[in-house]
Design a protein around this ligand. Structure first.
Ligand SMILES: [Zn+2]
Length: 288
């Protein structure tokens, strides 16, 4: 008979009580600029599948310019998570996001789920991702694990490398503070959920199996607005996660516009970037 596995939780604590600054709930839009990385992380032989690569290239090629145009028109600042490999293949996408004034955070280097990597491999992937952003003058304050699959060690690494916040865990719908211990600085955690991610709704390619769904945008809008509306009673963070290769398509992008209009129409919801939420959670100065 095996022993019951021990869960290695970091210690966590609540954010300052006024992190919402009087709003009933906070909403944040985030965009994971995965491009080809999730496919090539499965097997690099897919680099020769031109149709599959074109499906992913739609993100930086078409999705990003449209998303930036929409956010400018709505006057919303957002957070864009870049894998280092995307930065190397699509530097113009990063430049466009930076020029538009949005926040950039790191989304690993190769988009390999961290649970599949050894500690040394995790460290090497983080260093490569940071170097890819540093080549463009970006020092990210935030991180999101590929497929939201990280380990306890990931949090130690993030703190060691000066990352201030993470957005990969699901044990709450309100942000909180993680104390990694061993003298490492605290991290803010901005929890996510599969139901607020466009991947589970729209991801479909014949192979590899990254999802088998093409759902109606109006169903997705109902899911997201329903959650935000209810979160006003629980004082939560409604963190929407979109992918330019999926949500860049016309009817799906209109959903983002309708979500922002819905949030503003409620009158008691604040729209922030992830970094702005994290700064409040950690009592740091607001990011510029
Ligand atoms: Zn991703």
């Amino acid at each position: 008979m095996s022993d019951t596995p021990r869960l290695d939780w970091p210690s966590r604590r609540d954010p300052p009580p006024d992190w919402r600054r009087g709003a009933a709930a906070v909403a944040a839009l985030s965009f994971d600029v995965d491009a080809e990385t999730p496919i090539l992380a499965v097997d690099e032989r897919y680099a020769t599948h031109l149709s599959t690569m074109s499906h992913q290239a739609y993100g930086p090629r078409v999705g990003i310019p449209r998303i930036l145009e929409l956010l400018a028109r709505l006057e919303v600042r957002s957070t864009f998570f870049f894998p280092g490999a995307t930065v190397e293949r699509w530097p113009d996408a990063l430049s466009a996001v930076l020029e538009a004034g949005h926040e950039v955070a790191l989304h690993s280097h190769r988009h390999v789920p961290l649970v599949q990597l050894s500690p040394d491999e995790q460290r090497a992937d983080l260093e490569r991702g940071l170097a890819a952003l540093a080549a463009h003058g970006v020092t990210p304050a935030g991180y999101r694990a590929p497929l939201w699959q990280q380990t306890r060690y990931t949090l130690d690494l993030l703190a060691e490398y000066g990352i201030r916040w993470d957005s990969s865990l699901m044990d709450d719908d309100r942000p909180y503070v993680i104390d990694p211990g061993a003298g490492r600085p605290a991290l803010a955690e901005l929890p996510v959920h599969w139901s607020l991610d466009d991947w589970e709704q729209y991801a479909f390619v014949p192979e590899p199996d990254i999802g088998q769904n093409i759902e109606l945008p109006r169903k997705v809008l109902e899911l997201w607005t329903g959650e935000l509306e209810a979160m006003r009673a629980t004082g939560s963070l409604c963190l929407i996660c979109c992918h330019p290769f999926l949500t860049g398509r016309p009817s799906r992008l209109r959903n983002v516009e309708r979500f922002v209009e819905f949030a503003r129409g409620l009158g008691d919801v604040e729209l922030l970037t992830c970094g702005e939420v994290a700064a409040r959670v950690l009592d740091d100065p607001a990011p510029s």
